[in-house]
Structure formats: C-alpha cells, structure tokens
Ligand binder design. Structure first.
Ligand SMILES: Cc1cc2nc3c(=O)[nH]c(=O)nc-3n(C[C@H](O)[C@H](O)[C@H](O)COP(=O)(O)OP(=O)(O)OC[C@H]3O[C@@H](n4cnc5c(N)ncnc54)[C@H](O)[C@@H]3O)c2cc1C
Length: 456
C-alpha cells in the first residue's frame, strides 16, 4: 500500500517528460502531486541504457535548441544541450555533401544567419558544456550549385522568420505532396528536404500534415539540432530530481482512474482531488476508454562502436539515396563525448519503420556506404526497437487536442500536441493550466508558460 504521506491533491499517471513537467507547474502553484510510474525508472520513451561506459539512447535523439520548452520548463535550468555541427550532411548520389548550413559571411547565406539570430537568440550557448564547438570537417562539398544553395538559404531564412501563426494558414496536405508544390529544384527536395523532414518527423513516407512539417522545418532553420548531454534520460531525470522528495513513485502500475481516485495493481487505491493521465496514447486509452489511439511511426535505433570515428565531424548524416535501411546516423560521441568511454567512438543510427530482417548486417552494410569506410570490425552495442515510438500526425492534425476531459480528469502527452519533446512539454503545461483553473488556483503563481512561438 502507498503510505498516507503519498496522498496528494493531484495524482499524475506516468513519469515521462509530459507528466513530470506538469508536476512541476502544479507544485510551483502550491498544488501537491504524486507521480505514479509503472516502470522501475522515470523517463518513459526518453530512456538511456548504460553499457560499459556507453550511454545508448532509445529515442532518435533530435531535439532543437529552438524548442522553447527546453528553456522555460521549470526544473530544466541545468539541462546542457550538445549541438550537432551546423546544417546537416547528406549522402546523395553516392557522395556526402553539406547542406542547410548557416553562413558566416554576407550574401543570401548571410541573410539566413541573420534570420536565425533574429528568431532564436542562441540562449543555449549560455548553458553548461555547450561552449566547445563541435568538430566540423571541411571535406564535404555543398549540395547543388551556387544558385541551388542561394535558393535554399532564402527559403530557410523565410521560414525561420515567418510568424508561427501564419503557418497554419497554408493549405494542409501530406508533407510529401506539399514538397512537390514548393517550386524548389528536385535536387534540393530529394537531396535535402525529404530526408531532413523524414528524420525530423520520424516519417519516411512524409504522410505527416504539411503544417507540422512546416513547424519542423522552422525549428530546424531557427535553431540547432542538439542532444541532451549525457543521454536523453537527463531531461526527465532533472525534472524528477527537482520535485519535492517522495513525489515520484516508480514501480506502481495504475489500473483504473476516476475524477477523485486511482487504483493501482499492487499498491491499493489513492484518493485525490484530480487525476492527470500522462502515459503514452495506447496506455491512456486503456485507462480512459473512448480516447482515440493514433497510428504510430515505429523507430529502431542501432548503436555501434569502433576505435576511430569514421568522420571527424559532429554532423547529422542523412541518407538521400535510400539504398539501405538507415535514415540518419551520427558519430554521437563527437556531438557529446560523455556518451562513450575515452578512445571509443559511438555511432548511433536510426531506421524508420519496421526493423529489417538481419538488422545488424544490413545496417552495417548501409553504414559502410554512408561513411565510405569498412564497418565489419565495428562492434554492435544495442538495437532498440520501439513500435509505438511517435504518434503519426496525418492531415488534418490538431496540435492542441483537448487535455481536459472532465472537471477532475485530464490527459497530456505527445498524442495531445505535436509528437515531439516540445509538444510533450507543452501538453503538460496546458493540462496543468486547465487543472489549476478547475481547482480555482491562480495559475500565474506557476512558472512561466511554454510560449507557442517557434514551437514545433
Ligand atoms: C525511437 C524514438 C525516437 C524519437 N525521436 C524523437 C525526436 O527525434 N525528436 C523529438 O522531439 N521526439 C522524439 N521522440 C518522441 C519523444 O521521445 C516523445 O514525444 C516523448 O518522450 C513522449 O513523452 P510522454 O511523457 O508523452 O510519454 P512517455 O515518454 O511514453 O511516458 C509515459 C510514461 O507513462 C508510464 N505508464 C504507462 N502506463 C502506465 C500505467 N498504467 N501506470 C503508471 N505508469 C504508466 C510509462 O511507463 C512511461 O514512463 C522519439 C521517440 C522514440 C521512442
């Protein structure tokens, strides 16, 4: 049984990023919470396996320095972000190119840089451990000719500075079809935009709403792709550590909920004034019958190690040729050295969709082509497959699904917003705000809201 000290105003079911961020907002408004988590650890999908000094993320690692929730969610002040090198590398037509990189000098690329500086002051550079610039190799030529590069820079600059309220005014259709109508050269679309969006949306067929795709592109153009230092689980662990002691209870599975109580599998019943279900979509629908379960994009992340990094660059390498299962890969130890022991390189690669048969062999063969090096001596560290990794967002997609079901019963998580960490944090904030209003608590007493501008 949960001891009486565990009773609270609000019971939150699930200690992923959504539930933990909501707990912070409720606590800072003076509302006591208890967070019940079925797993033996916090974090949900943002978990990191620790093996022989390596830190191996289950998630596909693409956060952005322009996610407002990373800056404004209470409890995340100590979060250190490790940026990838600017832009991306793309393997297109058998060669590696650099693309989408901000410029340091004038011209149209300078305009893009200025646009980025305008939209996203680089606050993340003030955070711990981001001062050291990630390694960048100058060996890779830019994608396309000078005109292609200028047009891409202008298009990214435009989307970076477009007011976020204007994006939903565009017609909504599947992202793949919208791309074809953008008037960009095929080389830019197929060699850069398509693989970039597939990576950002975890959607290889680009069936996602074009509005969500625009938001994802805006996020890319107005910030830097990054990972939390030390692993994806750093984010939920920081949130959990900053809550009052005893708030989070792991190893407690909730089996039913009402507006005033939750029942657990092995720890009895808890009474409360309100319940917030912050599980993934499928578990939420089990506790809240009738809740819609979206289709999901499955994702597989494969981790290898070797003694020498295959490239001296901290870039995200996208595959545009689609001659193998890997959608994107990175020498993640170049981005965040804390993820591998000294003298070892960690290569993390993402397969979108169901994992191929004989995953290690096919992924290794594809990585040999992408990095242009032999991979047969690389050591496989882990294969993480998550069937319900990312809720699909086909058109029409409502990024503000209701979080208040009844007075006393609320739901949050990436399935209520956009399927990103930013959407997850924002859904937790929206649910906490609705809950405080119903409890008659002044929500301005809670910490600053997650702004909607620049949010993906
Ligand atoms: C492979 C992969 C790649 C991804 N790539 C990206 C990316 O590149 N960029 C990005 O922004 N996002 C990405 N995401 C998405 C991001 O990780 C999620 O949006 C986010 O972690 C969702 O958080 P959540 O709190 O909503 O849900 P979850 O993290 O799923 O947390 C829900 C918690 O509820 C618990 N729970 C469930 N049922 C019960 C119960 N009955 N009782 C008690 N507890 C329960 C679970 O154990 C879990 O801990 C990726 C996800 C995956 C898996």
């Amino acid at each position: 049984m949960l001891e009486p000290a565990c009773q609270a105003d609000v019971v939150i079911v699930g200690a992923g990023a959504a539930g933990l961020s909501a707990a912070h907002r409720l606590n800072s408004a003076g509302v006591t919470t208890v967070v019940l988590e079925a797993a033996p650890h916090v974090g949900g999908r943002m978990t990191t396996e620790k093996v022989d000094g390596f830190r191996l993320d289950r998630v596909g690692r693409l956060l952005s320095t322009s996610y407002p929730g990373l800056r404004t969610t209470p409890g995340l002040d100590a979060l250190a972000l490790r940026p990838f090198s600017p832009g991306v590398l793309v393997h297109a037509e058998g060669r590696v190119h650099r693309a989408g990189e901000p410029a340091s000098a004038g011209g149209t690329r300078g305009a893009l840089d200025a646009a980025r500086a305008f939209v996203s002051p680089p606050r993340w550079t003030r955070q711990r451990a981001t001062a050291a610039a990630p390694p960048v190799s100058r060996a890779f030529p830019p994608l396309g000719g000078a005109l292609d590069q200028a047009r891409l820079a202008t298009a990214l600059g435009r989307i970076a500075t477009a007011p976020v309220e204007r994006l939903p005014a565009r017609p909504e259709r599947p992202a793949g079809r919208a791309l074809a109508a953008r008037g960009m050269p095929a080389r830019t679309v197929e060699g850069f935009l398509r693989p970039l969006l597939a990576a950002l949306l975890c959607d290889p067929d680009l069936t996602t709403s074009s509005r969500c795709a625009d938001l994802a592109l805006r996020t890319f153009a107005s910030g830097r792709l990054c990972v939390p230092e030390g692993g994806a689980d750093t984010l939920p662990e920081l949130l959990a550590a900053a809550l009052p002691p005893g708030t989070v209870r792991t190893g407690v599975r909730v089996t039913s909920v009402s507006t005033t109580s939750v029942t657990t599998a092995a720890h009895g019943e808890l009474r409360c004034r309100a319940v917030l279900v912050a599980t993934g979509a499928r578990a939420a629908a089990e506790l809240l019958p009738g809740l819609r379960v979206p289709p999901f994009h499955p994702v597989t992340v494969v981790h290898h190690t070797t003694d020498e990094p295959p490239i001296a660059d901290a870039a995200l390498l996208l595959d545009a040729d689609r001659r193998g299962p890997v959608a994107h890969t990175a020498v993640i130890s170049q981005v965040d050295p804390s993820r591998a022991p000294v003298g070892r390189a960690l290569i993390s690669s993402t397969v979108l969709g169901a994992p191929p048969t004989d995953t290690d062999r096919t992924v290794r063969a594809h990585l040999a082509a992408l990095y242009g090096t032999a991979t047969h001596r690389w050591e496989l560290l882990a294969v993480h497959h998550t069937p319900d990794a990312v809720p699909a967002m086909p058109p029409p997609h409502d990024p503000r699904r209701p979080v208040r079901l009844l007075a006393g019963l609320y739901v949050c998580g990436d399935h209520r917003d956009t399927s990103t960490v930013q959407g997850t944090l924002r859904s937790g904030h929206r649910a906490a705000t609705a809950l405080l209003a119903d409890l008659g608590v002044d929500s301005t007493a809670a910490a600053a809201p997650v702004p909607t501008s620049t949010a993906a």
